[in-house]
Design a protein around this ligand. Structure first.
Ligand code: NAD
Ligand code: UFG
Length: 339
């Protein structure tokens, strides 16, 4: 297939592009580089020995998207392009709704114009909201999300549902990611956040490489075995494979039209202290940390029921926690300042 990957220079996008190339898909990346570097694409080309068509542009720019679809015979779109910092979204809600919701509307509109009907959307476990009881199953009614970021994911899922009802030819898969971590095993591509990392693993990796003094663990008085929050961490290369599985599923189900959702997680919940211990194993030293107050909006524990992806997409997260840590550390120690 010829696959358009919006946001393909980003963390999950770059790993997915590499996986798509390995599966002999051809790839057009469309990214405005607001949170990424072109170096990621260069490294993907080097690792794969294949070339990627890169177009710098914004998904809110319909004219540019239109040009892209005129110039390339696209079979399917994987839509990663979005702003993703939960905390920042509470400070800049309008930018988040504009970029994530309006950007998706523009993309869908131009896809409709060009009758490109296969769509894979980056959703998130955050759509289950604060009231849902883990493990999260796709059939749980979507909840009230704690942030504008989360709200954009719920809204886009809803837009997709309505759009497929009105457009019989359109086929969409929303993938609800749990907590992607790790990096490609080469250590050449990985997560490269701007400024102070918000997420746990990038922060830990920067402490290990000496860029930060110590990790603050947000809360040790939760109702979990060791008092710290538990999440379902999955290797980014397993997640990348999940996108290929979703495309294969669309291809193998030509009569499907509609919108499907799949959780992509391991099904296991791991605490922050367990992550620290696993990282120390890969790192070979102890990691400096302190306990700090709870971070507002954090839920004590959630993890996926990933059995639907397992049975229908034939997908399973295979890489171990230790591999996630080893690959994170290889990436960070080889690239202490990112790209
Ligand atoms: P990322 O920031 O590394 O990648 C997003 C990419 O999209 C970046 O390259 C950025 O430059 C680009 N982009 C943003 N707005 C754009 C626009 N208007 N036009 C064109 N390009 C634009 O983030 P990521 O972690 O790779 O996340 C990818 C997707 O997965 C996002 O939709 C995110 O919300 C979703 N997601 C991520 C996580 C996670 O923990 N990383 C969890 C659940 C869902
Ligand atoms: N944590 C710390 N210290 C830090 C950073 C995080 O203790 O410096 C803790 C958090 O309190 C939480 C856990 O580590 O308990 C994981 O936090 P992350 O910020 O890495 O991940 P979240 O589960 O909060 O959120 C991530 C994405 C969301 C997405 C969600 C589910 O940032 O966009 O996973 O997919 F919605």
């Amino acid at each position: 297939m010829k696959v358009l990957v919006t946001g393909g220079a980003g963390y999950i996008g770059s790993h997915t592009v590499l996986t798509l190339l390995a599966e002999n898909h051809s790839v057009v990346v469309f990214d405005n580089l607001c949170n990424s570097s072109i170096e990621a694409i260069k490294r993907v080309e080097r690792l794969s020995g294949k070339s990627v068509t890169f177009i710098q542009g914004d998904v809110c720019d319909k004219a540019q998207l239109n040009e892209l679809f005129i110039g390339h015979d696209i079979d399917a779109v994987i839509h990663f392009a979005a702003l993703k910092a939960v905390g920042q979204s509470t400070q800049m809600p309008l930018e988040y709704y504009q970029n994530n919701v309006y950007g998706s509307l523009c993309l869908l509109e131009v896809m409709q114009l060009h009758q490109v009907n296969n769509f894979v959307f980056s959703s998130s476990a955050t759509v289950y909201g604060e009231e849902a009881q883990p493990p999260y199953l796709e059939t749980i009614k979507l909840g009230t999300t704690a942030s504008p970021y989360g709200a954009t994911k719920v809204m886009v899922e809803r837009i997709i549902e309505d759009f497929v009802k009105a457009n019989n030819a359109f086929r969409a898969v929303s993938l609800r990611y749990f907590n992607p971590i790790g990096a490609h095993e080469s250590g050449e591509i990985g997560e490269d956040p701007l400024g102070i990392p918000n997420n746990l693993l990038p922060y830990i990796a920067q402490v290990a490489v000496g860029k930060r003094d110590k990790l603050s663990i947000f809360g040790n008085d939760y109702d979990t075995e060791d008092g710290t929050c538990k999440r379902d961490y999955l290797h980014v290369m397993d997640l990348a494979q999940g996108h290929v599985a979703a495309l294969d599923w669309l291809e193998n189900n030509p009569n499907f039209n509609g919108a499907e959702v799949f959780n992509l997680g391991t099904g296991n919940a791991v605490s922050v202290l367990e992550i620290v211990a696993a990282f120390e194993q890969a790192y070979g030293k102890t990691l400096a940390y302190e306990f700090a107050p709870r971070r507002s909006g954090d839920l004590p524990a959630f993890w996926a029921d990933a059995s639907k992806a397992n049975s229908q997409l034939n997908w399973q997260a295979k890489r171990s926690l230790l591999q996630m840590m080893t690959d994170t550390w290889r990436w960070q120690s080889n690239n202490p300042n990112g790209y």
